[in-house]
Write a protein that binds this ligand. Structure first.
Ligand code: F6R
Ligand code: ZN
Length: 186
């Protein structure tokens, strides 16, 4: 019986995944129309600027139940007006499915919103562990001066509902007020 090498490695210092099966995607400013409060500022900034990148290891078909996916997200520092760089955010299409996020490096804030549009947030930093329950939309903002890196693990049948957030947004936004991150009603 052969003892083989794993096909994917996690670089613990950087949170990055390596291996042939690791999928990669990038979100540039041009891909984030309507995500930030000030669409005029977003549209006027260089559209090729990289805002965040995601790596994912998805060893079974997406949508099949019983499996787990593993990911890495890196958000570049910066703001669009007063609002920090952040992910689009989503509910899972299979609403009951939860997710773990954990901080690897940098300073972030995980913003969550339930179906009644109640919003709350958790500080994210190296080693912070975040349980995102089912039926809860989630997005992360980089509130520091460096890269924000976090990893994630979610069920293979979770799916992603971006449309609800694209249509209705989150009920609160994370903006800089007097040099500090504040959650304000949107
Ligand atoms: C997976 C998950 C993360 C995000 C990633 C990018 O369920 O929550 O891997 O997909 O942080 O954010 P979105 O997908 O909102 O653009
Ligand atoms: Zn998710």
């Amino acid at each position: 019986m052969a003892i083989v090498q794993p096909s994917v490695f996690l670089k613990l210092q950087s949170g990055k995944l390596t291996g042939d099966q690791v999928l990669k995607s990038q979100k540039k400013l041009k891909d984030l129309e309507g995500v930030f409060q000030d669409e005029q500022i977003r549209a006027a900034l260089p559209q090729e600027s990289l805002i965040y990148e995601v790596q994912a290891f998805m060893p079974i078909a997406e949508g099949k139940s019983g499996g787990l996916f593993f990911g890495n997200s890196t958000i570049y520092p910066g703001k669009i007006g007063a609002e920090y760089h952040m992910t689009r955010g989503h509910f899972h299409s299979n609403l009951d499915t939860g997710e773990y996020y954990w901080g690897v490096k940098g300073e972030g804030i995980l913003i969550m919103m339930d179906e009644d549009r109640n919003v709350w947030a958790e500080e994210m930093s190296e080693g912070s562990v975040h349980y995102i329950p089912g039926k809860v939309a989630h997005r992360v903002a980089n509130v520091g001066e460096e890269l924000l890196v976090f990893n994630a693990c979610w069920p293979s049948d979770a799916g992603h509902d971006y449309a609800t957030i694209a249509e209705k947004g989150f009920a609160a936004r994370l903006v800089e007020v007097d040099g500090e991150p504040k959650l304000v009603d949107s």
